[in-house]
Design a protein around this ligand. Sequence first.
Ligand code: BG6
Length: 500
Amino acid sequence: MKKIDPCTLVLFGASGNLSRIKLMPGLFKLHKLGRLSDGMKILSVGRGEMSRAAWHAEIKGMMDAKYRDGYDHEAFAQFLERNHYHANPPTNPDAFKKMAATLGDEKVFPQNLAYFLSVRPSDFAEVVEKLSGVGLLDESKYWRRVLVEKPFGTDLATAQDLQAKLTKHLKESQIYRIDHYLGKAAVQNAMLFRFTNSIFEAFWNKDYIDHVQITNNEILGVGERTTFYDATGALRDMFQSHLLQTLAMVSMEKPADLKPENVRAAKIKLLQSIRPIDAKNINKQAFRAQYAAGRVCVGDGHGENVPGYQDELKRDNMPPSNTETYAAVKLFIDNPRWQGVPFYVRTGKRMHEGNTAISIRFKKAPMMLTEHQHHNWLIVNIQPRECLKFEIESKVPSLDVKTRTMSIDLAQRVAGDDSVDSYETLLLNLMEGDPSQFLHIDEVEAQWKLVDPIVKAWAEDKGPVHQYRAGHRDPEESSIIFESQDQFWRYSIELGGDKH
Ligand code: BG6
């Protein structure tokens, strides 16, 4: 357990959705687990005036909604002792001065300050400038860190612009750019299982691996988030950071050790070695589509009819658009380990199943008993189940010589394990001062450099976007990106998921 300095967590956007659903319940959990430092305080910042008692009642509402099966009320009463509220009305020019005065009370607030900016991305730079203006970023006596929610820019130029604005007031070491995928235990395991076992390194390369698929399929649609989503699209929403980071975790070279600077250096190197997609190859390397009305599975085998993306835009009085809800991209990594191995990265909303996985298909076996003999697969499943699964050919015990595919299933989670949300991990890392699971600016830039040309080409292409029925598998046409005819999308982790 790392030691955490006493600190104050200043939560901007404290009454927003993220705070209600993840941050406050997560902080309570950390409190209960004894992971917050003694004396650690939380100053929630909102636009409206509110008494401390009224804010405590709000927090209680959040816990009641989150922990429906009940929670420890004694621990909750102690947790409330940590919680304060500060009104920061945007119209009040003295709001930040007042905040500095509040935080300046050393008897109440530890002076190491961690800011969590869960605000509109267009407000990141302004909040930082104002904090700096009242001396709240000054590290001469205590540390000051700023966690910036996603997205960090909407393309390379805006990311660089935001970076320039932030670094007027902050050093790189003070900036924590979040990607909540890096807080997922299974994503962290995608790096760790390779380097904490001796058996993988020998075949983790182009000589043995045929291709890798990084998949995020969701059953959910865009829902109420049409305004955000239509300006963003699947490529920027999921691919630009969550999936490229997942790819980096499974393909990076071994860092010298797990020090933050070394983990990040190894990831930066990997991301910078992904070959940019040439404009003339975009139609062969990237495919987009949009969901049409259909029927999705809602658990217990029940189905539900759902509208298409265009219907949802119409419902919200928005014009029709070409924004993709499905994207599949083929990438190559130009380094000795991965030369020539395709990485297929795909994400879709309103698919037939909800699953996030890294699926690795190995090359043809040295002995093929039949033309259809399965390749070996290793699946690193991220959610809903966290596991590693190996699929291996094994002789059927009978008078004939034939094999069948058997699997070894290594559950990552066993009964009794903590169930930790990625935000809980990342909040703790922020307070510990461990940026290894946060993005360095070089990672952000490398990611935008890969994504920008595709976004641009798709924005310019006004032709109709391919439609797929909600609740169905990948559109057949997406197979245009496969390198060879015997490659196809891998589905669930169950045996047989490698069948078309
Ligand atoms: C968010 C995206 O960053 O990640 C959402 O904005 C997406 O569109 C979500 O659904 C997926 O996160 P998770 O943790 O549910 O896989």
